[in-house]
Design a protein around this ligand. Sequence first.
Ligand code: FUB
Length: 338
Amino acid sequence: QQTSIAPTHSSQSSSEPQYAHEPLVTHIYTADPSAHVFNGRIYIYPSHDIESDIAPNAEGDHFAMRDYRVLSMDKPGGEVTEYGVALDLDDVPWASRQMWAPDAAEKDGRFYLYFPVKDQQGIFRIGVAAAEKPEGPFTNPLLIEGSYSMDPAVYKDDDNQYYLYVGGISGGQLQRWTQGNFSDTDQYPADHEPALMPKIARLNDDMVSIAEPLMDVQLLDENGKPLLAGDNDRRFFEAVWVHKHNGTYYFSWSTGDTHKIVYATGDNPYGPFTYQGVVLEPVTGWTNHHSITRFEDKWYLFYHDSSLSGGQTHLRSVKMTELIHREDGSIETISAFK
Ligand code: FUB
């Protein structure tokens, strides 16, 4: 069932458009927004947060989402359409629980939804389902062989190659994969050792399989050394996003327990990427998760916070605001706390 919501805005400051930092929809909770422009329209692929009676824990079991809903709008500040269920947990035979942050891609007029979900053994895998329309419904959900962990992001490069990025520590289980197969125990590096890095693999032309095993994306400090596990203000936690501006690849992620979105830059999709700074300061709620997308001649940050639910971390709302690249390529830090 489709729902359209006219914008209801209260202005925060006279210098920002009225839609900035306001929930895009309020009739459901939404999070982890992956935004794309398809056919000239903005489509947002969020998690669909729901109430749960599961006590918060490090595995994130209280994020107990069961389906995906797609949002769209014709322009920033335009009426938002929510299309009903695009993919349901019950339609994924190999999945058990926790439909977390998805992403989407378009190729040759078909649309692909990439989603993390726990399999029957409780191990996060990446699934992919296809649709004729950007809003779905997405059908035939496959498990991408060789995939693991969560927070998939698919980047389409200018040469029409598509790259799948994944990863998240703690509840995202990346620390269980340090030996190449799933370990029953956490294997975190010591604070003085390189942090666990996110993963990349190029997608095959079929868009539902990877052309190479997942491999590390190196995130480096200003001296060309890997960010360290104890560098909680900068090291990778979850929520990869990649965008390209003026020929530079921007790799951004959440620092998790320090609640920031930060970024690094490089000259190709595989990296390495060198740390540059903060995109988004902490928001209301524990998690921070974003995407960065160009619409017409401006860039936008899509993010979430828990202000609508009064701070309940697992009940979040997707928001957006303009993002500025300065002349020197650096990103102006956004502060959206309220
Ligand atoms: O929404 C569930 C999880 O919370 C996501 O996968 C993480 O990125 C965090 O936002």
